[in-house]
Design a protein around this ligand. Structure first.
Ligand code: ADP
Ligand code: ZN
Length: 676
């Protein structure tokens, strides 16, 4: 993290060197204020004097009144005197004292508040019968005295607006930033300001590095690829939780290829003003094309790339949509050989607009997970390099003590340990400094980033092992890709990933097997600990949905029969059930029967394979991530003779690259997630 700060300070803003400029905003504000004040006094509405009703009556009696205006909204009556009457000392003195600019001839001059309009109307009618010369009552729609308040309000608004402008445009003192608002805020590393990070600095992440190496090659020698008619992707999406080194990897690509690197965050595009985001996107691409070949890195792309029109009021987010559209247009607009490659990072690929993921845009996804124990060891090695270590520091132990840590947190631990040791006046950093640093970092993390206790970790390990073992011995279950107890984000403590078959028709046995596999987690908990936890929430949700669909949608239940209550034309919000209460009861019973049966079957299966369950769970506790090959090594091949084409594929070709394949477009891996 400290590294990052350093990098940031080295970043150079793209805006040209600032010339001393006139303070535009201040002048604009001053002039506007002057205009407002002038208008106010010119209308002389500020010079109104409040009178009592009796005073008003005497004015009417003296035949001094020219106009009587009733402002309905404010329940105010304004009185304009006749010009002869203004000469009258009685009024003249008071009015002169009140208005700094002297007496306005046009008026109005006095006002008073009324309670109810009707009451005043009748009173005034009576007054008029008494003094027939009195003017007719005029009705006005707008505000009377309220208008004054409006002016004041406007001034406040202007001042507020001005302050807002300053803040949004960087607030770096006076300057013409307001005119730069459509300029991209990207930080640029180029010739004078080179990225010095290379793949050496990125520990672990071997698969991801492999993927981005191709991009480096392309940036170095584009002709090699284009000569053969190949197309290099325009963009790649780095998917993973914060602090796992996405920015670092993107920078390393630029460093390796020795090309300029533009770095900015998705939220930099978002501004309150209409059209600003789109203008910034265009500006960014213009600059990038000038610097080509280069890399543009957009962090947190979900800030602009959220799928359009999802779960929001129509028109509520037009601005973001415009920004996204202009990004899409720009990405389509430049040729693949223009040498601009866009890398973007997100930890929510699921919320991204599908248009962003289409070919020719971010058609490649590179997944970057939190490091496992081996990965953490490597990251420690990178960050321990500049630190003077005592001999007692055991890197393996450090890696083991930091489950769930991402690279950023490990960097933080190393830095913190060095600081602690310095505070203790040591010559070398010792293991206990690291211990204290880890405790400190965990303390800081606990709130945001859920660190799990050893006991919880054991439960999660058995839970996930239960899924893995159940799936292993169920004939129709999807092949496992990997199983992990590295916590992911806030909600997930562990997960198992499967490659779903490309299959559209499911037979009853297949659905039941799938349910049993989903039960694997809870069944294992019950068998091993004789207790169950809340960790199976999402499993149970899936199982319940499946059971009910079997009964009510697919007509797979003998008691209900070949009936489907599914209505493809039905709107989402339908309140009436298309069946009787008696049937409803029967459906509930049948679904429960299926679920109970599946659970018993799973428990039986896992009791039979208790040995394997223990082996996998123990290995998981140690290694944290297991792949299909590990399972084969530990408990042998799956005992089913026939292999589907898909299984053959996954067993053969892509043993190690599975993960990348799995996160491709068509085979989204199923994620079994254990919420807290
Ligand atoms: P992200 O962009 O994924 O949020 P960053 O790339 O900004 O994370 O990582 C923050 C810091 O964490 C980096 O500057 C680096 O010091 C450290 N870090 C993260 N991952 C790694 C890694 N794989 N190897 C070495 N350092 C890492
Ligand atoms: Zn589970």
């Amino acid at each position: 993290m400290a590294d990052k700060e350093n990098d940031k300070s080295k970043e150079r803003k793209l805006t040209p060197p600032k010339l001393p400029k006139t303070n535009y905003q201040l002048w604009v504000i001053l002039i506007l204020t002057a205009v407002v004040l002038f208008v106010t006094f010119w209308k002389n509405t500020s010079g109104l004097i409040e009178v009592q009703k009796s005073g008003f009556e005497s004015m009417v009696a003296g035949n001094d009144v020219k106009r009587v205006q009733l402002y309905k909204k404010d329940a105010v009556v304004q009185i304009t005197l006749k010009s002869e009457a203004l000469q009258n000392a009685k009024y003249k003195l008071a009015l002169e004292k009140n208005g700094p600019l002297g007496i306005s001839q046009s008026g109005p001059h006095y006002y008073f508040k009324i309670g109810s309009q009707e009451v005043f109307e009748t009173q005034y009618a009576q007054l008029k019968t008494k003094y027939p010369n009195a003017p007719d009552l005029e009705y006005e729609e707008g505000g009377g005295v309220g208008e004054l308040l409006n002016w004041g309000f406007l001034i406040l608004l202007l001042v507020g607006f001005w302050m807002l402008m300053r803040r949004m445009t960087g607030g770096a003192g006076p300057g013409g930033q307001i005119f730069n608002i459509g300029k991209s805020k990207a930080a640029l590393f180029d010739a004078e300001n080179k990225v010095k990070i290379t793949f050496e600095d990125v520990a672990g992440l071997e698969e991801a590095k492999e993927e981005v190496k191709e991009i480096v090659d392309f940036l170095k020698t584009p002709s090699k690829f284009t000569k053969l008619g190949g197309k290099i992707p325009k963009g790649a999406l780095l998917v993973g939780p914060p602090g796992t080194g996405k920015t670092l990897l993107a920078k390393a690509v630029a460093g390796e290829a020795a090309v300029p690197f533009f770095s900015l965050s998705g939220s930099d595009f978002v501004e309150m003003f209409v059209g600003v985001g789109a203008a910034r996107v265009r500006d960014l691409f213009k600059q990038a094309k000038e610097k080509a070949p280069c890399i543009v890195f957009i962090d947190e792309i979900d800030a602009i790339g959220r799928s359009r029109g999802r779960g929001q009021l129509p028109g509520a987010n037009d601005e973001r949509e415009n920004t996204l559209n202009s990004l899409l247009v720009e990405m389509d607009g430049f040729a693949t050989d223009s040498g601009v490659i866009i890398l973007a990072a997100t930890n929510r690929p699921d919320v991204l607009d599908s248009a962003l993921l289409r070919p020719g845009r971010f058609d490649r996804q590179i997944s970057i997970d939190k490091p496992d124990i081996a990965g953490r060891e490597q990251i420690f090695k990178v960050h321990l390099k500049p630190i003077k270590l005592s001999k007692d520091v055991d890197i393996k132990k450090l890696a083991a003590q930091t489950p769930g840590f991402a690279g950023a947190e490990i960097a933080n631990v190393c830095n913190e340990a060095a600081l602690i040791a310095a505070r203790r006046d040591k010559k070398e950093v010792e293991m206990n400094d690291f211990q204290d640093a880890i405790d400190r970092v965990i303390g800081g993390l606990e709130k945001k980033n859920k660190i799990i206790s050893p006991e919880e970790k054991r439960i999660v390990a058995y839970h996930e092992a239960g899924h893995a073992v159940a799936g292993w011995f169920l004939e129709h279950a999807d092949p496992l890709v990997k199983v992990s107890i590295v916590p992911r984000g806030v909600a997930a403590l562990g997960y198992a990933q499967y490659l779903p078959k490309e299959q559209f028709l499911y037979q009853t046995e297949q659905l039941v097997d799938e349910m049993c596999m989903a039960f694997g987690g809870r069944a294992a908990e019950e068998i091993v600990f004789a207790k169950i936890s809340t960790g199976a929430l999402s499993d149970l949700e899936r199982i319940t949905k499946m059971a009910y669909s079997m009964v009510t949608v697919y007509g797979m239940n003998p008691a209900i029969g070949n009936i489907s209550f599914y209505d493809s034309k039905q709107s989402e919000y339908s309140f009436n059930k298309p069946y009787s209460d008696a049937t409803a009861e029967k459906i509930d019973q049948e679904a429960k029967k299926i679920i109970d049966m599946a659970f018993e079957r799973t428990k039986k299966l896992l009791t039979e394979h208790r040995e394997q369950l223990e082996i996998i769970a123990k290995e998981l506790l140690e290694k944290e991530i297991l792949f299909q090959s590990d399972l084969e090594r530990l408990i042998g091949k799956r005992p089913f003779a026939h292999q589907t084409a898909y299984e053959k594929f996954t067993n053969g070709v892509a043993q190690e690259k599975k993960e990348a394949t799995a996160s491709g477009d068509n085979g989204q891996p199923k994620q079994e997630v254990v919420p807290e």
